[in-house]
Write a protein that binds this ligand. Structure first.
Ligand code: SAH
Ligand code: CA
Length: 207
């Protein structure tokens, strides 16, 4: 893994600083894997993504990563319920000169997604990253599928959940992830890949 990072990680200086700062936070394990963030940024550039939805911001490592990947007039709807986490990242968003692309919405993500749908924004987003509360994963997936355009991408994080998907028991979070994994596998509305990068990420390509 050290070799991979030493020979492939291309991190903007502000992004690197935010990663180091986040590692000082007690919940740093919630931050997305940096090599996964780089893959998502490259996918976003490949499809010329302009409008992005981030569900679960935390300190905004991936929010900043995606903001750096979209054009100057692009927008990220960044959803979280915790402003204190996001405040950790804001100075770095500013330092990178991309804070004008980030529209932070502090309320339950399902509400923000409903507002976007009510505002007629269906099929108008290029990329969505689902990474908030695991119990609502199924809800986020269906709403994102409506909001994303054909040819757009949804990335679903933590699809391996530390390996516990093999043995979910009665854990509600794990059961919710397993249910969505099985649904996406069978979903004829999309092409998909499940990757073992990070804690597992499923890439969904809307047909
Ligand atoms: N994508 C982030 C990590 C997100 S961690 C990164 O790249 O680093 C999960 C986040 O989901 C936490 O910040 C938590 O506050 C947020 N969250 C939990 N429940 C939520 C909800 N109902 N709506 C929106 N965000 C929620
Ligand atoms: Ca995650």
């Amino acid at each position: 893994m050290d070799y991979v990072l030493q020979n492939s990680l291309r991190e903007h200086p502000a992004l690197k600083k935010l990663r180091k700062r986040t590692l000082q936070d007690e919940r740093y394990l919630m931050m997305v894997a940096c090599e996964q963030a780089q893959l998502m940024a490259n996918l976003a550039k490949l499809i010329k993504a302009k409008n992005v939805i981030e569900i679960g911001v935390y300190t905004g490592y991936n929010t900043l990563n995606m903001a750096l990947a979209i054009p100057d007039d692009g927008k990220i709807i960044a959803c979280d319920i915790n402003l204190e986490f996001a405040k950790i990242g804001m100075p770095f968003w500013k330092e990178a000169g991309v804070e004008h692309k980030i529209d932070l919405q502090i309320k339950p993500a399902a509400e923000t997604l409903d507002e976007l749908l009510e505002a007629g924004k269906a099929e108008s987003f290029d990329f969505a990253f689902i990474d908030a509360d695991k119990l609502n994963y199924g809800v986020y997936y269906e709403k994102c599928l409506q909001l994303i355009r054909k040819g757009g991408i949804i990335a679903v994080d933590n699809v391996l959940w530390g390996g516990s998907v093999l043995n979910p028991g009665n854990d509600p979070d794990t059961l919710s992830i397993v249910k969505l994994n099985e649904k996406i596998y069978r979903d004829s509305r999309v092409n998909m890949n499940m990757l073992t990068i990070g804690d597992g990420v499923t890439l969904v390509f809307k047909l």
